[in-house]
Design a protein around this ligand. Sequence first.
Ligand SMILES: *[C@@H]1O[C@H](CO)[C@@H](O)[C@H](O)[C@H]1NC(C)=O
Ligand SMILES: *[C@@H]1O[C@H](CO)[C@@H](O)[C@H](O)[C@H]1NC(C)=O
Ligand SMILES: *[C@@H]1O[C@H](CO)[C@@H](O)[C@H](O)[C@H]1NC(C)=O
Ligand SMILES: *[C@@H]1O[C@H](CO)[C@@H](O)[C@H](O)[C@H]1NC(C)=O
Ligand SMILES: *[C@@H]1O[C@H](CO)[C@@H](O)[C@H](O)[C@H]1NC(C)=O
Ligand SMILES: *[C@@H]1O[C@H](CO)[C@@H](O)[C@H](O)[C@H]1NC(C)=O
Length: 872
Amino acid sequence: MSSYGRQTTSLVLYFNFHFFLSFFCYLPVPVVFSALSSNQKTAMIDLSKSLNASAAGAVSWDVNKEPNPCSWKGVGCNSSTNSSVIRISLSGHSISSSEFLPLVCRIESLQVLDVSRNRLTTIPPGFISACGKLGELKLLNFSVNNLVGRLPAFVGFSALEALDFARNNLSGNIDSELDGLVKLRSLNLTFNNFSGPVPTLLGKSKVLEELELSMNMFDGPIPDEIVGYPNLTLVDLSGNQLTGIIPARIGELSKLEVLILSANKLSGGIPQSISNITSLWRFAANSNDFNEKIPGGITKHLKNLDLSYNKLSGSIPSDLLSARNLQTLDLSNNRLEGPVPEVLSPSLVRLRLGSNLLAGKIPSAAIATHENLTYLEMENNKLIGSIPPEVGGCRKLALLNLAQNRLSGALPANLGSLSSLEVLRLQSNHLSGGIPIQITQLPKLSVLNISRNSLNGSIPPSVSQMQSLVNMNLQGNKLSGSIPVGIASMNSLMELQLGQNQLSGDIPRMPANLQIALNLSSNLFQGHIPETLSRLSGLEILDLSNNNFSGKIPDFLTTLGALTQLSLSNNELSGEIPKFPLWVMVDTHGNKGLINRTTINTPPQLEKKKKSYAVTIVLALVAAVVAFGAITIVAVSISRQNYRVNDEQVQTEEELAVPAVVQGNLLTANGIHRSNIDFTKAMEVVSDQSNLVLKTRFSTYYKAIMPSGASYFVKKLNWSDKIFQLGSHDRFARDLKVFGKLSNSNVMNPLAYVLTADSAYLFYEFAPKGTLFDALRGISGDDMDWGSRYSIAVGVAQGLSFLHGCTPSPILLLDLSSKSILLKSLKEPLIAEAELLKVIDPSKSTGSLSTIAGSVGYIPPGMQFCDFFTLQ
Ligand SMILES: *[C@@H]1O[C@H](CO)[C@@H](O)[C@H](O)[C@H]1NC(C)=O
Ligand SMILES: *[C@@H]1O[C@H](CO)[C@@H](O)[C@H](O)[C@H]1NC(C)=O
Ligand SMILES: *[C@@H]1O[C@H](CO)[C@@H](O)[C@H](O)[C@H]1NC(C)=O
Ligand SMILES: *[C@@H]1O[C@H](CO)[C@@H](O)[C@H](O)[C@H]1NC(C)=O
Ligand SMILES: *[C@@H]1O[C@H](CO)[C@@H](O)[C@H](O)[C@H]1NC(C)=O
Ligand SMILES: *[C@@H]1O[C@H](CO)[C@@H](O)[C@H](O)[C@H]1NC(C)=O
């Protein structure tokens, strides 16, 4: 009540008895009170009734509880007098009926109408005709609804500046529907099904600044007419089916800051004229069919340039990498040839030149002492010469990938100065000489792949210091000597590939966490298969083939619970082959002394008839055993899963360092999230366990407060240790992008992701009300009334039906329970724990798929009709 008293200026138009009382009891000075005109008040009350009637209590507006509509949630009145309503936000109320919309138009003073994040399917014609007359309406937000059909033709709306229809199901061509919007500055039609040519009639007065049309089905060329909008700062046409060339006149858009043309079918060249745009800082034209040479000078003003996944040819212009402001440059997956330019910009953070035809040496001057360079990728080219020692000067380098080239010479000891290095990939080159011990002193290294080279000498005993190393791949070299005893203390190691070398001697104790594979094949090992291997209870692949192992196959190998593949072929083993569980693929060929028990027990010849019975019985038995085996796998998997979760807990509690970002990307097209989300800050947050808010079987959620003050969930995938395919960041990222495109207001969609060397973090909107589980038990302190329960049930059902709809990529719902439903409000449920199945790599570890399939409460039935098993 006392807040009313602060209003001191205008007329008393409204008061009630309570106000009257408090007015006299508590306030010393007489106050004149103003409120809405009776017209507006009536309009607001009618609106509230309509909403309450159609939205089943979704909106809490109630004139009996709160007589002043200006105090209703989501309503904004003009701040000086509160005499008129200027803003109505009904975002996120699960409203599905559009009936209320024309009523809104009775509020002549309305400036902002936000009905985003509901379930509206239509815009009634009455809305357009009535609201078109509003002389103040500046912003209309219909984003994240289920609108279908064509875009309505906007008549009137003389003040409209921003129109947001993102994430609906609108379709059809766009012709002159928007041309009457003379003040239109921002248009967002992303994530719809619009088709036909790119619209060019976007407000007769041509004041448009932001044009976002990505993720539709627009086709045809980029129209020249776009140049007629001189104020454009942002143009995003990505994810359509545009063909033809980029018009050279695009350079006339002198205020352009961001130009995104990715994922279309554009061809030809990149116009030189974009270098005329001094304000342009981001240009992305990746994933098209551009096939000409890259013109010089185009990076003159740019910070970010992405031309990857095209067919660009010719050599890289000498000035392309040296532009002062350039921070990230991606030219990977093209047909670029010639040398890598000599001079790199000092601002460069990420340089990706992989999968081209680049030749010549890696210019040492180019990479010497680059303070900011964090990701350097030149893999799969034709580079020759040695790795320049100067690379050691790039102190921030986290990822160095020079794999699949023709590099020769020794591994420079200077690599040891790269104290931030997490991933080193130099496989498939012609490197020779020994492994310098300096490499073993890299404190953060988690992936070391120097396989398929000609490295000789022995494995330095100091490898035992590499406490962060997860994958060590030394296969296909000329390494000799024995495996250092200290290897047992490499506690993070999960994959050890030592095949195809000349290693010999005793096999020491192996690191207990080995899980992905232990491969000692094609070496000179001899003697018995060591007893110490029995500790490797998490190991899935053991390859001891092509050595000189002798003696019996030890029984303990049959009890390694996680083992799925065992190769013992081409050794000197003898004795009986023990009986392995059915799901273990055992290869024992090429061991002369081995006796196969199954062969001995072959029953004597049977009569034809009897035989067929026998076959039937055997088949039945086999089926039973297989079924039993499958159940056992599931059971084992579940127990392992639980074990792993506990394991993870311990690990994360110890782990205090801030994980370094290998790749971070925004998936959301929403400018607010895009500016709020700060990857560096998020990584600080996840390294502090006090920010942990929720732990589910598959994920850990952290609450991250961004520098802007906005909160987000950052979800760490708990399976990172295993299912998340280590080292395949690009594919993972690609799949996440697909996932990010899916949109349903009841399913948590990732807004952004960060990949570190060994984990994946997804960003989601924050759900302040916690889990449904807690809410139902009153733990979060909220009362769940019937209306809330109803809305939640409906919301979850809609989210599930969306997931069942066999969305573009198959989705696996990992765990559906009240603990995996988060509440944005007491009426807005969000299904968490839905993940792209593709993101999980079943090929890396056979056990994983069954782990998931076995332990989930729920897999959408639609999955069976999608490509459940054909995913790779
Ligand atoms: C207008 O109404 C709002 C909501 O009741 C209130 O918070 C605000 O103080 C009022 N402003 C004025 C100037 O009275
Ligand atoms: C429209 O609403 C959505 C969702 O609430 C929001 O993210 C977006 O920024 C809004 N658009 C505009 C132009 O304000
Ligand atoms: C290492 O390189 C080999 C090729 O020699 C490749 O098959 C393997 O996937 C790579 N492993 C990692 C972890 O990068
Ligand atoms: C390793 O190979 C180099 C030639 O590449 C040779 O000079 C050196 O002696 C070899 N070292 C060992 C230990 O075999
Ligand atoms: C073990 O490594 C060798 C090469 O070193 C490779 O050919 C083989 O496929 C690997 N074994 C398994 C089971 O992956
Ligand atoms: C043993 O022999 C049977 C029948 O010939 C064959 O199916 C099985 O694969 C063999 N087992 C091993 C371990 O070689």
